[in-house]
Design a protein around this ligand. Structure first.
Ligand code: N01
Length: 539
């Protein structure tokens, strides 16, 4: 017999933990199912050297508890993985969350029982759960992709993946290491591995736009200032495009004289990190402005890398800035000035295979003792497509999303009653501060469950026409920009046969919050609501 709860939450990262807190507080019985051996989600798995968040720690943190905001002291402008994981543990312990979490419990199936209006969820360890509501807090970047490179299994050395790095760390001293990938994860790992390894060979397929983090310790005065102003700053952040205070410049770059534009870009560069995306409001929409920013970054690369030929290879030229996720670094380009680091441009010599002795390209064999894969994720839809919930009439979510990853507000899917997503495709999610955006989604879901309970509703399902309208809105928002042009995970380009759709909502957090609020305020008109069947209720 399945164990019965009001709600099952899948995933015990930032989102799942908050869902547990909020729903339990509202009087629901909740069980969280987590595939890993401990809580933390992304921050449990990604322990590679240099793993660090690139949203400022004072903002990349829960806003729901004033007490936690006051008692937790972030040590750096951008928190490293160990500190973020400690923070997550602190919150879980403080609110006694663990007692409702099952670890090593990977959800492998979820089927909606239409007669009972309930989800049945099965885990890989043979347990079954039944709940009126299923909340998928499964993460946007939680399903790693191994590259389709022949011969990976033949490699005689060690293979490490950034996404499930050994908990005890890896000693690269004196070893010939190689790394495939130059996305955010690799760019953080490379400078640190380079320092330790005998040699490091970086296999780059696409050069990326990379902005310096300017990470630094936080001092007591800065922390105290934030603690005094937290509520106002969180509220102000919600009025920004990405749910984070990042000094969003409002002066368009298109009409600026080049010298002035250059000064703005230089000021952004000095600020560092993702603030570079917000230099000009038209940077993502006006090709000339975008190219000015791209050219600025290329000139910075030329200034940071000693060898002009290596610098040339490291300069991105084939996609607009921001169309692949902007990367944030600490001494990434400088690593290529080290005598033990070599760059292999896979556009000039394609990767042929991995062999026992190393990586073979069209030109030569690069002998290696260790190979690091930093090759990305099946983003936004990957985790749910693997669970493949079966909704009304046994309909498969994987099959539905094979056509297009449509949702209503990134929160619900037509044909899948009582299933809620957190930061799903069609929400600002990965373009925003994930922690506070997840909190907003969960608050919306909790308020919705209150409404259903108060009104005797047993089923809620997104209407197909409302979902289509939102999908068009999401598509229109991205079509106004250059950002769908890059072959990024945002558009699913890194996964064979994934439909090319810009998945996150680019209309900005305020417009999204308005849409969510409206969907609730009008009595959930965009959803079909089914009242309790008196016969079933009497059972
Ligand atoms: O993954 P990615 P990631 N042969 O997909 C290459 C977040 N994040 O783990 O671009 C050769 O960005 C691939 O090449 P190409 C952040 O949102 C945040 O680095 O497809 N190369 C690319 O270079 C980020 O965007 C933080 O041509 C192959 C790389 O592998 C997201 O997670 C830190 C290949 C994959 O890059 C994902 O980042 C880390 C092949 N067969 C991550 N297959 C921070 O907050 C793939 N590649 C700082």
């Amino acid at each position: 017999m399945p164990q019965e709860f009001d709600a099952i939450v899948v995933g015990a990262g930032f989102a799942g933990l908050y869902a547990l807190y909020r729903l339990r507080e509202r009087g629901h019985t909740v069980r969280v199912l987590e595939a890993a051996s401990d809580i933390g989600g992304t921050w449990f798995h990604n322990r590679y050297p240099g793993a660090r968040c690139d949203i400022e720690s004072l903002q990349y943190s829960y806003s729901f508890s004033g007490e936690v905001e006051q008692e937790w002291d972030w040590t750096e402008r951008y928190a490293g993985q160990p500190e973020i994981l400690r923070y997550i543990h602190h919150v879980a312990d403080r609110f006694d969350l663990r007692r409702d979490i099952r670890l090593n419990a990977q959800a492998v199936a979820a089927v909606f029982d239409e007669a009972r209006h309930k989800w049945r969820i099965e885990t890989g360890d043979g347990e079954a759960y039944s709940a009126a509501f299923c909340i998928m807090a499964t993460g946007c970047l939680s399903v790693p992709l191994d590259p389709a490179i022949p011969g990976l299994g033949e490699f005689a050395g060690d293979i490490y993946r950034t996404v499930d790095w050994p908990h005890d760390g890896v000693d690269f001293t004196g070893r010939r290491a190689g790394i495939v990938g130059t996305g955010s994860s690799a760019i953080q790992a490379i400078p640190i591995v380079a320092e330790a390894a005998g040699e490091l060979t970086v296999f780059q397929r696409t050069a990326n736009y990379v902005i310096p983090a300017h990470n630094r310790p936080l001092d007591e005065a800065e922390r105290a200032d934030w603690k005094r102003h937290y509520p106002a700053r969180r509220a102000a952040a919600r009025r920004t495009r990405n749910n984070a205070l990042m000094d969003h410049n409002t002066r368009p770059g298109a009409d600026m004289p080049p010298g002035e534009r250059e000064a703005v870009l230089e000021a952004r560069w000095q600020l560092g990190g993702l603030t570079f995306s917000y230099g000009f409001p038209d940077q993502a929409t006006d090709r000339r402005v975008n190219e000015a920013a791209a050219d600025f970054v290329r000139r910075k690369i030329a200034g940071r890398v000693g060898d002009p030929e290596t610098a040339r290879k490291l300069m991105p030229r084939d996609h607009p800035l921001g169309s692949k996720r902007l990367c944030v670094d600490t001494e990434y380009f400088e690593a290529f000035n080290r005598p033990n680091v070599r760059l292999v441009d896979l556009r000039e010599e394609a990767l042929v295979a991995v062999e026992a002795a190393g990586v073979r390209t069209e030109r030569t064999l690069y002998p290696l003792d260790a190979l690091i894969l930093a090759t990305g994720f099946d983003a936004m839809t990957g985790a749910l497509s693997r669970i493949d919930p079966k909704g009304r009439g046994g309909r498969s979510l994987r099959e539905k999303w094979r056509v297009r990853p449509s949702t209503l507000l990134g929160l619900a899917v037509a044909g899948f009653p009582n299933l809620f997503l957190v930061t799903g495709p069609g929400s600002p999610s990965v373009l925003s501060n994930m922690v506070t955006s997840a909190e907003q989604n969960i608050d919306w879901i909790a308020a919705c469950l209150d409404y259903l309970r108060a009104n005797g509703v047993v089923e809620i399902e997104a209407r197909a026409e409302a979902e289509d309208a939102w999908f068009e809105e999401v598509a229109a928002a991205s079509a106004r920009t250059l950002l769908p042009e890059g072959d990024s995970w945002y558009v699913g380009a890194n996964v064979p046969d994934k439909p090319r759709v810009y998945m996150p909502y680019l209309g900005g957090v305020p417009a999204y919050l308005d849409a969510c609020e409206k969907a609730a305020a009008d009595g959930y008109n965009a959803f079909a609501l089914t009242p309790a069947d008196p016969a079933v209720a009497a059972e």
